[in-house]
Design a protein around this ligand. Structure first.
Ligand code: NIG
Ligand code: FE
Length: 406
């Protein structure tokens, strides 16, 4: 039995929609967990001493705000190599597409990553996942997509799976990003391979399948074929859609019943309404929007269309080298037009929805106890303090995984 109680919470941001206006704040609260599950989340004055399990670790938030752990629902953290030189080239005026067309971009990361062993890949992913946990992320989705070859993709998935077995890391959810960069050889043969042994072998390692549907990447027809093949093996679809141009990927996501459609900068309001009607979560990746330029992340437009919204880092070596969910929540407000409350919900329960996880993202009895204790009493700081060092400690599955340094 493990148990923990957090006393003295100035503002408990439950992100529980049943508590009224987001983010469902309870003042002067306490949080109690037993074996990783929340057994009490409410006013400290109503907490009975008998509600606290015997032997519980008792910690004090000293009036600080407490939030659900962040759910980062879109990342590419298993990569090797370094593309800092490309970042500098882009700053000097070379476009992402020009770099990709000359063999750089995703293909550069593929050359370094496909050569790596599972051990090397897992070690690289672990370092990034550790930084994520320190920043308050308690669940992270991890994609493959830098293999461009069956065996190399499976090694990436095995490395992502290894992250799940290490206790000191965010809980990992694995996605087979089957169609990402274009192959050197005939693309039909590559898509055939992915749609046969790719999905069959990935289904033993991953929960979701994903595809990059865009000009210079894969077509709607190729992605649709992948989703049909993947569904036969129990992999649920996700899609990179309307990122660099309007590709039709969002409409495919709606029609295919994808769990999420991600990026969406070039999506029309009709696309977003289709996502809303189909119950597809819209995932905005404002770090990538910022780095690449172009239209802003459509946070407010998604909400206006009636869509569920998530915000994630897209942590990757090309378009957003950042592990920080607080920074993405800030950018969802500054660039995406969300309020701080909407952005916080998007980074917690929204992320959980984008991963089909109903057991987290909300601080309510019966949910997984993943929580962040801030250094300050004001929960708005999560959005307001741009790039700030705001996290004091992190509770992961009911354990104090990142203790306060002060
Ligand atoms: O989500 N859009 C495609 N994939 C990544 C970028 C990957 C890379 O540049 O290495 C993204 O932005
Ligand atoms: Fe991505």
């Amino acid at each position: 039995m493990s148990a923990l109680v957090v006393h003295g919470i100035g503002a408990l941001c439950t992100c529980d929609p049943s508590l009224g206006e987001a983010p469902g704040v309870v003042r002067d609260a306490a949080l109690v967990a037993r074996d990783g599950v929340i057994v009490y989340a409410g006013p400290e004055s109503e907490l009975e001493r008998s509600d606290i399990p015997r032997g519980a670790l008792e910690i004090h938030a000293r009036g600080a705000a407490v939030l659900p752990g962040f759910v980062d629902a879109h990342t590419h953290i298993v990569w090797l190599g370094d593309r800092g030189d490309e970042y500098a080239q882009r700053a000097a005026g070379v476009s992402y597409e020009e770099i990709a067309a000359s063999g750089g971009g995703i293909r550069a990361t593929v050359r370094a990553t496909a050569a790596g062993s599972v051990e090397e890949l897992a070690t690289a992913g672990r370092e990034r996942a550790r930084r994520m946990l320190a920043g308050g992320t308690t669940t992270v989705e991890v994609k493959s997509g830098y293999g461009l070859d069956h065996d190399a993709e499976m090694r990436q998935l095995d490395a992502a799976d290894r992250l799940r077995r290490w206790e000191d890391l965010p809980d990992a959810v694995v996605t087979y990003l089957a169609l990402h960069a274009l192959p050197d050889g005939p693309r039909d043969a590559y898509v055939d391979d992915v749609c046969s042994r790719g999905v069959a072998d990935a289904a033993k390692r991953a929960s979701f399948v994903d595809a990059f549907c865009d000009a210079g990447a894969y077509t709607v027809a190729e992605c649709e074929r992948l989703f049909t093949a993947a569904r036969g093996h129990g992999l649920r679809p996700k899609i990179h859609a309307e990122q660099r141009s309007r590709s039709g990927g969002a409409l495919l996501a709606a029609q295919a019943g994808a769990v999420s459609a991600d990026h969406l900068e070039h999506a029309t309001n009709t696309d977003l309404e289709a996502l809303s009607s189909a119950g597809v979560v819209g995932v905005i990746l404002p770090g990538a929007s910022l780095v690449l330029g172009g239209p802003p992340p459509p946070g407010r437009r998604l909400l206006e269309a009636g869509c569920r919204v998530a915000v994630a880092t897209d942590c990757n070596p090309g378009t957003c080298y950042s592990e920080s969910m607080p920074l993405m929540i800030s950018l969802a407000v500054a660039l995406g037009g969300l309020t701080p409350a909407q952005a916080l919900v998007a980074g917690t329960s929204g992320g959980a929805a984008a991963l089909g996880l109903a057991d987290r993202g909300v601080l309510r009895r019966g949910f997984r106890c993943d929580a962040v204790i801030l250094k300050t009493p004001s929960w708005v700081d999560v959005a307001y303090h741009l790039g700030g060092d705001i996290v004091a400690s992190v509770i992961l599955d009911g354990r104090l995984a990142v203790p306060s340094k002060t």
